[in-house]
Design a protein around this ligand. Structure first.
Ligand code: ADP
Ligand code: MG
Length: 697
């Protein structure tokens, strides 16, 4: 064993057994760059290989590990199968090996090599002999190499790298890793009976037994949740320590007038949410509230009232929308309701800010407090705008922006403004605590009355004709339709041969079945002006059929659109499908969502069936998380925090609650400030600049 130590931040290339070529693959395929990334590339599963069974002792139906020398390698084709066979022998006997339809296996085999084979012994129905034809994994041993034994890790891998590669490299890393000092507070360690860090890091990869494995997992999961919670609380505390918040007065005439101007009665959930908001705004501490509500549940009206409240108190409000189209839409709605009450609203759009004169005029009015409410995209509001008295910032669909960005805007005013975040992503409670641990939460659960539920159907490509005939009939009944296609990463050579799916679909539909209907294509790569013009024309009802990529995912209100066809639906996340589907069913007509998929995979089918069975975003999210695991639900860029490496939002709910309570205690305990420096280092290591706000402190 070598004694050479390394730093966790060292390039993974320098680990024995890796080198530049494999390092490149690790970086590209798995985003593993450093020793630390590799160490925390935790196994997704394990296989029990604690002992090798002598071949002479094998019995039918045993699941075993055998080691022997390969001979009689052969490949043949029958009408139904491609079959690879060989014979594995050790000192005690021999057994036939068979692989069906796994051609790639052949290249890894050669007569005379030593193999470790894991699988199940079966009676071959043809020859009547014991054989191994259910081989779950195998790998070749170098000459003189001893097979690894124990409960062996199975890593999230990629085709170019074998499990054996990962196992050997991980062993090398652990051999060279100096003993890791404990970083969790001693009291927590004792109270929760947690395994020491050093032991846990080793045991998670190569556990002695399953009990040790579970303890290692629990410890690492706790640490992960605890670090994130501490990080979020530090952010919150720092904000609260730094500057004073604004204490708004109780609601007066203007808020009352705005409520009366709204053409409908608020739902119970909306009223409750607005009460939560008012209570926060009337306190000295800055409001940090998340309003979570399904697409179309009516979050925007509530946010509008909160903006009126800040205006009533002499402050200004900013409303940040995720896209320009949405900003325009909100601006029109707000203006219609609030201008008559004397509230001045400005739209910061790309058009306006591209003219220097207009931009400067608006900026001046904002800095004089002549404008009460500013609506724009996140980017536009963040840019050079100086508010005279910013009282409230509303961020719509915040999960698209990072936590750090959220703070950037408010940094520029003397008093710390209240902050309201709205999201339509149905995040389960446990996940909310993890991702939005620094926010208080209000829920809008029930949709406003009178909505027609959206009917969802899963269909295969063979039904295309019927599907599009139906779309046609809706269009001829006066309605509009969306067709959504996935984005596919194609290599340059493929791009030359094939159009991307949306363009291909558009060509096919607009030239054939819909040649007499006004169709348009909307694509993320188009110029913003063109995109806006197309969206505007669709909103105005001129374009009847809109073929697009997911650019339409976020919030445009076209109540006359009643059908959405989603092609290759299995390629989308459930959260995304739900968000897309929310584009229809916004008016009083019955709406339909048709998911087209030819996927044969059970999990893909199961996911689409959930879409068919419910329109409740929360149920969907939970079902999706259970099917796929938490890792892939959001995707990092969507919530600004990295996906969890080891904790599981379902399994570890209790651990999360414990971690949050522990973090609350530690972050408010003045005596423990030293501990933060350790924690900061750790957060930086694990999550990079995601917590730069506190790690820079
Ligand atoms: P969200 O922002 O949550 O997606 P919106 O605030 O855009 O939802 O509301 C969706 C639609 O429902 C809008 O047309 C809005 O005017 C309408 N709406 C909101 N609240 C109510 C309500 N309480 N009763 C009837 N219609 C409502
Ligand atoms: Mg909205």
């Amino acid at each position: 064993m070598s004694k050479t130590n390394f730093e966790f931040t060292d390039d993974i290339m320098y680990l024995k057994g890796i080198g530049p070529r494999f390092a490149e693959i690790l970086k590209k395929k798995l985003n593993i760059k450093t020793m630390y990334d590799f160490l925390t590339h935790y196994p997704r599963d394990y296989e029990d290989q604690r002992k090798i069974t002598p071949i002479g002792n094998l019995e039918v139906d045993d699941s075993v590990v055998i080691v022997g020398r390969l001979s009689n390698l052969n490949k043949r084709e029958t009408s139904r199968f491609n079959i690879i066979t060989g014979i594995l022998s050790d000192k005690t006997g021999h057994i036939p090996l068979t692989w069906f339809n796994q051609d790639y296996v052949y290249d890894k085999l050669e007569n005379g090599i030593r193999l470790v084979v894991i699988g199940k012994v079966k009676l071959d129905s043809y020859s009547g002999m014991a054989t191994m034809n259910q081989i779950s994994s195998f790998h070749a041993l170098d000459s003189g190499e001893m097979p690894l034994l124990g409960i062996l890790p199975i890593y999230p891998a990629t085709a170019a790298l074998s499990q054996n590669f990962f196992r050997k490299a991980m062993k090398n890393l652990l051999d060279k890793m100096p003993p890791q000092p404990e970083i969790l507070p001693a009291q927590i360690m004792t109270e929760l009976k947690l395994m020491p860090l050093d032991k846990a890091l080793r045991a998670i990869h190569f556990p002695k037994d399953f009990a040790e494995l579970e303890n290692a997992r629990r410890r690492l999961a706790f640490e992960e949740l605890f670090s994130i919670q501490c990080g979020l609380m530090l952010i919150k505390r720092q904000e609260q320590d730094d500057r004073l918040g604004i204490q708004h007065k109780r609601n007066g005439k203007l808020v009352k007038a705005a409520k009366e101007a709204i053409p409908f009665e608020l739902t119970g959930d909306q009223k409750k949410t607005f009460r939560d908001i008012c209570k926060d705004m009337q306190e000295k501490l800055p409001m940090r509230r998340l309003v979570q509500g399904d697409v179309g549940s009516g979050k925007t009206v509530v946010a509008m009232l909160a903006l009126v409240k800040t205006v009533e108190n002499g402050f200004q409000g900013a409303f940040m929308a995720p896209t320009e189209i949405l900003a325009v839409q909100h601006f029109e709605k707000f203006s219609a309701l609030l201008e008559p009450l004397g509230i001045k609203i400005a739209l910061l759009s790309a058009k306006i800010t591209s003219s220097k004169k207009m931009r400067e005029e608006i900026y001046k009015k904002i800095s004089n407090n002549e404008i009460n409410i500013v609506i724009g995209t996140h980017a536009l509001i963040q840019e050079g705008v100086q508010f005279k008295k910013l009282g409230l910032v509303v961020t719509d669909e915040q999960h698209r922006f990072g936590i750090a960005q959220r703070a950037a805007l408010e940094k520029r005013s003397e008093l710390i403004p209240d902050m309201l975040v709205m999201t339509a992503t149905p995040i389960p409670r446990t996940m909310t605590l993890t991702v939005y641990g620094d926010l208080d939460i209000s829920l809008i659960k029930h949709l406003p009355p009178g909505r027609q539920p959206i009917k969802t159907y899963v269909r295969t490509k063979t039904s295309r004709k019927q599907i599009y005939d139906f779309v046609r009939s809706e269009i001829f009944a006066g309605r509009q339709a969306y067709v959504v296609c996935p984005l596919i990463n194609r290599s340059d050579s493929e791009k030359l041969q094939k159009l991307d799916p949306a363009t291909e679909m558009f060509e096919m539909l607009s030239k054939n079945l819909f040649s007499d209907v006004k169709c348009a294509l909307l694509h993320g790569k188009m110029k913003p002006n063109l995109k806006d013009a197309i969206m505007e024309s669709f909103r105005a009802g001129e374009i009847k059929l809109l073929v697009s990529t997911t650019v339409i995912e976020v919030g445009v209100d076209v109540p006359n659109a009643t059908v959405m066809v989603i092609e290759s639906a299995e390629r989308f996340g459930l959260a995304q499908l739900h968000q897309l589907r929310g584009r229809v069913g916004r008016g009083s007509e019955k709406s339909y969502c048709i998911l087209v998929s030819n996927s044969k995979k059970d999990i893909a089918k199961a996911r689409l069936e959930i879409m068919e069975s419910t329109t409740d975003g929360f149920k969907l999210a939970e079902a999706d998380l259970q099917l796929r695991g938490p890792g892939q639900f959001f995707g990092e860029e969507q919530h600004g925090l990295p996906d969890l490496k080891i904790a599981d939002v379902f399994r570890d709910e209790e651990l999360l609650i414990t971690a949050r309570a522990a973090a609350e205690k530690y972050v408010t305990d003045e005596a423990d400030l030293n501990y933060y420096s350790e924690l900061r280092k750790n957060l930086a290591l694990a999550y990079g600049n995601k917590f730069s706000q506190i790690t820079d402190a």
